[in-house]
Design a protein around this ligand. Structure first.
Ligand SMILES: [Zn+2]
Length: 211
């Protein structure tokens, strides 16, 4: 049998768009035990294509909606497009993010016009999705950095992972936790006189070497 995988997007304005994500072939006369059902490599390919379709449709919808001026409902012009790289659990994508010119109605109301607006900038902090950052940090904390990279690449169609990128991600997440806790102390003010809490973190990775 052959299967076609088609995804249909319905935008908020009611328009629809179809994406053909590919085909799966399972000829029963030649099916082996490992050819039953969806295989990991098939799933990784489909997930990458699905992510691509979702991202591009989301960007298209947000970009179009952002062109409408909130003050006069006029359509603002697109100034230019900037390339942005976005790392996700399901591959790395280069997307075109529009920059939108400010509306002339702002000038009439004596508002100082600034540079073009980037409606997608808030969606791409650190050029990666929060889900990818969380998983890199969590696996990096539980395993050696090289093993964490290997686990990610085994199960997910993410971009190539290396031990140093997992290490850097864990370090960055740890610094962010430290920074947020400095502004919100763990101990309430009444317990300021309590003895300091000491936490030890320990870890080791011993590579198996024949010699
Ligand atoms: Zn306007």
């Amino acid at each position: 049998m052959d299967m076609r995988i088609i995804v249909e997007t319905t935008f908020e304005n009611g328009t629809t768009k179809r994406h053909r994500l590919g085909r799966l072939s399972r000829p029963f006369r030649r099916t082996q035990p490992e050819g039953f059902g969806l295989l990991l490599e098939d799933a990784k390919t489909i997930l990458g294509q699905l992510q691509n379709a979702i991202l591009r449709d989301q960007i298209e919808e947000i970009s179009e909606a952002s062109r409408i001026c909130p003050d006069c409902d006029g359509v603002r012009a697109i100034h230019d497009y900037r390339s942005r790289v976005l790392d996700t659990l399901f591959d790395r994508f280069e997307v075109k993010a529009p920059r939108i010119r400010r509306c002339a109605c702002n000038a009439k109301s004596d508002v100082v016009l600034g540079g073009p607006l980037s409606p997608l900038a808030d969606y791409f902090p650190d050029r990666s999705t929060p889900e990818l950052r969380r998983l890199q940090a969590e696996l990096g904390a539980r395993h050696s950095f090289r093993e964490a990279a290997r686990i990610l690449e085994t199960f997910l169609p993410c971009a190539k992972q290396v031990n140093t990128s997992v290490r850097n991600r864990l370090g960055k997440v740890a610094r962010e936790i430290c920074d947020s806790e400095q502004t919100e102390p763990l101990v309430p003010s009444a317990a300021k006189e309590a003895p300091a809490l000491t936490v030890f973190l320990d870890g080791a990775h011993i590579r198996c070497r024949p010699e």
